[in-house]
Design a protein around this ligand. Structure first.
Ligand SMILES: [Zn+2]
Length: 425
């Protein structure tokens, strides 16, 4: 399959791509953004749009026990290991249209282009629209891919959803799923039967804008350790209390934050990439006051790194910092619930294949590590040779100002299609 033929076939998909981008925005409009609520009306509506289009281009569709949408292009050799493409359809509340959906639509367009050329894959090609990637809904991200691989934590089905207060199990059943099978750890997509998984996704930082390239072949996906609710317990006291008697939880929170930021600066200087985010950081509204030394403080923490060993080392440092701050400030720090996401190394051969495809098409690409966690990391951690294509996008994501040009998405679709034409035959 020559790059020219693939490029032309992909260019012919542009109307379809634009229609789907517009349609998944329309069904979830929530000005000023879009809301595709996970296991709810928004995600369901987008999944229906995608499934209908998949059937129209000749794919077989079904949903699994976790309500992930599978779109199959059967291969000539049923014994050959399958190739999977895809991403997620949910968004944050009043988010942007492209985080997730662009990857599902892009994968579908790549398959549609190759089908239009009469290509018959040897191995089955599976396009996936995965459920509930965003952590905002149930306080746990990557739900669809975790469940698909039989790795959803046991307690996850009892988590309650933002906005409804109903459990994940209830939402899953309402959407036609089988939470009992998911709870039993059923493997819905056998990783050993996959020859590869490639996810296309918008970049969530401005590095491609800075580099002036439309796409990146991703070099790795970070793993994370998350504590959604860290509580610092000191003692409420009168503002006149001398410093040596204080057990000030707010200053302990400040110490913790600054120590973590210093750790980040140190790691960065040593050439070891990581990121640390404290998204929530506050005294308690019902207790705090101008004249009270704060005895309680809360924060959230997301620590991420691109190597499993580094992530484990960072967690040890976190615990050491916690002990130091406790001793210095006379407080107790309860880290509370801990969630983690696996580090997702990108497969060298998949990276090389995608880079070769871009070169063959004359499309500039700029290799980058992904700033964000993705479903692809779960496939990588399960041993599937995994890759990602990141698409240039202005203004980050998780906000209505996401700005991906359809032209850049089409460049990524062309690379994905050319890689797939080679990998699937
Ligand atoms: Zn996403």
């Amino acid at each position: 399959m020559t790059p020219e033929r693939v490029a032309n076939a992909v260019a012919a998909q542009r109307t379809l791509v634009q229609r789907l981008l517009d349609e998944v925005a329309r069904v979830a409009a929530d000005p000023p953004g879009i809301t595709r609520d996970a296991f709810g009306a928004g995600e369901n509506a987008a999944q229906a749009v995608i499934a209908e289009t998949a059937r129209a281009i000749g794919l077989e569709t079904r949903t699994d026990a976790a309500c992930n949408l599978h779109m199959r292009w059967p291969g000539a050799d049923p014994a050959a290991r399958r190739l999977a493409l895809g991403s997620h359809l949910d968004s944050v509340v009043q988010g942007g249209n492209f985080d997730g959906a662009a990857g599902v639509i892009g994968a579908l367009a790549a398959v549609s282009a190759l089908r239009s050329l009469g290509l018959r894959p040897r191995a089955e090609v599976l396009v996936l629209a995965l459920r509930c990637e965003e952590a905002v809904w149930f306080g746990l991200g990557l739900v669809g891919s975790r469940a698909a691989l039989g790795q959803l934590p046991r307690d996850a089905l009892a988590r309650r959803r933002l906005g409804t207060e109903r459990t994940l199990a209830e939402h899953m059943r309402d959407c036609g799923g089988d939470p009992e099978a998911v709870a039993a750890g059923a493997v819905l997509i056998d990783p050993a039967a996959l020859a590869g998984f490639v996810e296309l996704h918008i970049e969530q930082a401005p590095q491609l804008i800075e580099a002036g390239a439309p796409i990146a072949v991703c070099t790795g996906i970070p793993g994370n350790i998350r504590h959604p609710r860290i509580r610092i317990l000191g003692e409420d006291a009168h503002v006149g209390l001398p410093r040596r008697f204080r057990r000030d939880a707010a200053l302990a929170g400040a110490d913790l934050a600054l120590a973590l930021d210093a750790l980040w600066a140190e790691e960065e200087a040593a050439g070891r990439p990581m990121a640390c985010t404290i998204g929530r950081f506050h005294t308690l509204a019902e207790r705090h006051a101008l004249t009270v030394v704060p005895g309680s403080f809360e924060l959230s923490l997301d620590l991420r790194a691109w190597e499993a060993g580094r992530l484990a080392a960072l967690e040890e440092r976190l615990h050491a910092i916690v002990r130091e701050v406790e001793a210095r400030r006379g407080v107790a720090i309860r880290l509370g619930e801990r969630n983690s996401g696996a580090v997702g190394p990108c497969d060298a051969a998949v990276q090389a294949g995608l880079a070769d495809a871009a070169a063959g098409l004359g499309i500039a690409q700029h290799p980058l590590p992904s700033p964000a966690s993705h479903d692809a990391a779960n496939f990588a951690a399960a041993g599937v040779p995994t890759g990602m294509l990141l698409v240039r996008n202005r203004n980050g994501s998780h906000n209505p100002r996401e700005a991906m040009e359809t032209e850049d998405l089409m460049a990524a679709v062309a690379v994905l299609a050319l890689w797939l034409a080679d990998a699937a035959t």
